[in-house]
Write a protein that binds this ligand. Structure first.
Ligand SMILES: [Zn+2]
Ligand SMILES: [Zn+2]
Length: 150
């Protein structure tokens, strides 16, 4: 159990998909934040890279439109571990991801769907060898996010 004064300081942020059917909240700061340049993240977003913030599963709660979320089981990943990509079935926004790696208790929240203003910087780029030539100068901050004690 958290001391009452500790829990009262924990920030809650909200996020949603493009059409607004899916709404979620995250508690606390992300454990880490990666920019991913892998081919599957490019496909999934239709963009040059994906922005992934990592939270403990218990700190992510979809409170609206859970039934709108569809899951694509991505088995052909660069890491070799299957990934569940959850997206809104109405508007197609990628909202959440989770790894099928054993004992993984993390949920990835796509940074672009977070509605609240947050000062998080990505800590690291994954698969930089697949970075598109015009993508340069992403502002990383390796120490930007304090990793909470688990
Ligand atoms: Zn939607
Ligand atoms: Zn990726």
């Amino acid at each position: 159990m958290m001391a009452p004064n500790a829990s009262s300081k924990t920030a809650i942020r909200h996020g949603s998909c493009l059409c607004g059917k899916v709404r979620y909240q995250v508690t606390g700061e992300p454990l880490t934040f990666f920019v991913c340049h892998c081919g599957n993240c490019k496909k999934a977003t239709g963009s040059a890279f994906m922005t992934n913030t990592f939270f403990l599963e218990k700190n992510v709660r979809v409170f609206e439109g859970k039934d709108q979320l569809s899951c694509f089981r991505d088995t052909n990943t660069a890491s070799g571990v299957a990934l569940r990509r959850y997206f809104c079935s109405k508007c197609g926004s990628n909202v959440l991801l989770s790894s099928e790696q054993k004992d993984n208790n993390l949920t990835i929240v796509t940074f672009g769907t977070i509605d609240d203003k947050v000062a998080w910087f990505p800590r690291k780029e994954r698969f930089p060898e697949h970075m598109l030539p015009f993508v340069k100068g992403i502002n990383l901050n390796p120490k930007g996010l304090a990793r909470p004690k688990l």
